[in-house]
Design a protein around this ligand. Structure first.
Ligand code: SGN
Ligand code: CA
Length: 532
């Protein structure tokens, strides 16, 4: 009898110990941070008020910087949409993950950080633009746009099933994200939400409530708007000039009812317009028809036309940003109101930067600052001090290892980026002094030539190749707008040699080479990839 009592007592003690261990490990797991990874498409850092360019007001995006950290030197590795997304998912350069341009296929079977988080117990969701074919892997829930997506009455693919949703894309994407947070989230698991907007991508079609925003504002173009590209032949042959390449109808909305304005892409814009409901069309026409009439009456030419186009572009571009900012506010509010703020990492970034008239351009692709750089803002109240400013060189390559680090998941040794966790806490003892860049989509839209290069704190070396063999060197301290190529300037001979050494170091470190470039070219030339 006494013996039995003892056995029962020991048994009970063991049960208590076992249960307390179990609940401790569960507590640890539930305490892992949630991650909301907000990405927009073509959002220039110049169009986020936290970066101080004075073009517009983005109070909600700014909140992330105010309550957390802003990165002043965030860069991409390849300034184009789908390749950037592949880099962010894998933490590997394009020549390693295989997604070198918008046209080539992405291999979803390779590792990505969402897969690792999912395996480790996170609930994962992907909402909005992804721009890569195939069912996304690593997500318990996906509701994505096919390809580029449409501003009005967009089609979405929910877990593989297509449907058209009436309304405006930015608000629909936000609603889907909020609906997932409210109704699909399993409250006992940490979560990863990729909330990826199409806006402010071309063709910059605003939401009705913002049609008149900035009507009272005339924007002055950047100082190098009338760039003549002297000493930079690869910059001279692009097709992304606001003056020469923006289509009056497709880009600038001059779809006149009389049909007088005949442009190359009028039909394409007509199809976008036709997606609207009668009500939406009426509101659209009420705003744009008087602008069309005024444009036809004034018929600006030359410099006046260039400035008119620039302003028309800026007005619509910045309006689409405003709807993005609203969505960010709604998601931040949801986190706050539901007790999730403290333990959720929120990242805001774009798939790359964008030209808002610098060098006379729209679009991206070049390794010049405005499209090489991208906005990065991060908040995580538990670990990141409000108002942190980071000036070190970071890249979108760093997101995957950063998320894994925060989630306590081992970072695979073949990941090429570095975790930003220590850097943002002010605890990184050393950091990289150079970053590497590649661009491949040539022949292709906008005709930006193939190039690769290296950037250090002060200098940038770029090599354009394929049907050109052109080197460019910039002293970013003296020439931040990259107007003067000093590659052949004898006073920069030492800098040039050092930068060539840096470039070789980067190519060795990451495993890039002329042979790999040739292999990617051969695939294009063989027609395996139709690089339109
Ligand atoms: C589309 C745009 C281009 C843009 C590419 C890539 N043309 O093709 O202007 O450079 O996307 O953009 S459009 O007529 O379809 O608007 S990316 O952000 O997806 O890489
Ligand atoms: Ca983009």
């Amino acid at each position: 009898m006494v013996k039995n009592k003892w056995i029962t007592l020991v048994f009970l003690i063991l049960v208590v110990i076992f249960n307390s261990c179990k609940s401790k490990s569960e507590v640890n797991k539930t305490r892992r941070p949630n991650i909301v990874f907000i990405m927009t498409d073509d959002h220039a850092y110049q169009a986020i008020s936290a970066y101080g360019h004075g073009l517009n007001n983005t109070p909600n995006i700014d909140r992330i910087a105010k309550e957390g950290a802003i990165f002043n030197r965030g860069y991409v590795t390849n300034s184009i949409c789908a390749p950037s997304r592949a880099v962010m998912l894998t933490g590997k350069h394009s020549f390693v993950n295989g997604k070198v341009d918008n046209v080539s296929a992405f291999n979803w079977d390779q590792d990505n950080f969402a897969k690792s988080l999912q395996k480790s117990g996170y609930q994962t969701a992907l909402v909005g633009k992804i721009h890569m074919d195939g069912l996304p892997q690593g997500f318990d829930y996906s509701n994505v746009l096919p390809g580029q997506g449409e501003y009005y009455s967009p089609e979405f693919i929910e877990n593989g099933v297509k449907k058209i949703i009436p309304g405006y894309i930015t608000t629909i994407t936000t609603d889907i994200a909020l609906n997932w947070l409210k109704n699909k989230r399993e409250k006992d698991k940490p979560f990863l939400l990729l909330y990826h907007q199409k806006a402010p991508h071309r063709t910059w079609m605003p939401e009705e409530k913002y049609f008149t925003l900035f009507d009272d504002k005339t924007f002055d173009p950047p100082a190098n708007f009338f760039d003549d590209y002297e000493g930079r032949p690869a910059a001279a042959t692009q097709e992304m000039s606001i003056f020469n390449d923006m289509d009056l109808v497709y880009d600038l909305k001059m779809l006149d009812k009389e049909g007088d304005i005949k442009t190359k892409y009028r039909g394409m814009f007509q199809r976008k317009y036709d997606r609207m409901t009668d009500e939406q069309k009426a509101a659209w026409d009420a705003y744009y028809d008087p602008i069309i009439a005024d444009f036809k009456a004034k018929n600006p030419q030359g410099k006046d036309l260039a400035l008119w186009k620039y302003n028309r572009y800026m007005h619509d571009y910045l309006r689409t940003v405003q709807s993005v900012d609203d969505g960010v506010g709604q998601v931040l509010d949801y986190l706050k109101e539901n007790g999730l703020e403290e333990n959720t990492i929120v990242v805001y970034t774009s798939d790359q930067g964008f030209y808002l008239g610098e060098h006379g351009w729209f679009d991206k692709r070049f390794m010049y600052e405005e499209s090489f750089r991208t906005p990065i803002l991060v908040k995580y109240p538990k670990e990141i001090k409000a108002g942190t400013v980071i000036d070190e060189l970071v890249q979108n390559l760093d997101f995957a290892p950063t998320f894994l680090d925060y989630a306590g998941v081992d970072i695979p040794t073949d990941i090429q980026g570095e975790s930003l966790r220590k850097l943002v806490k002010g605890e990184a003892s050393e950091w990289r002094d150079a970053i590497y860049y590649t661009f491949y989509e040539f022949p292709g839209e906008h005709k930006v030539k193939r190039h690769y290069g290296v950037r250090t704190d002060r200098y940038k070396l770029i090599h354009f190749y394929y049907d050109i063999d052109q080197w460019e060197l910039f002293d970013l301290e003296k020439d931040p707008s990259e107007m003067k190529n000093v590659y052949n300037d004898p006073s920069y001979a030492d800098v040039k040699n050092n930068m060539h050494e840096q470039l070789e170091k980067m190519r060795t470190k990451y495993g890039d080479s002329d042979e790999l470039n040739q292999a990617s070219l051969n695939r294009v030339l063989k027609g395996k990839i139709s690089n339109h």
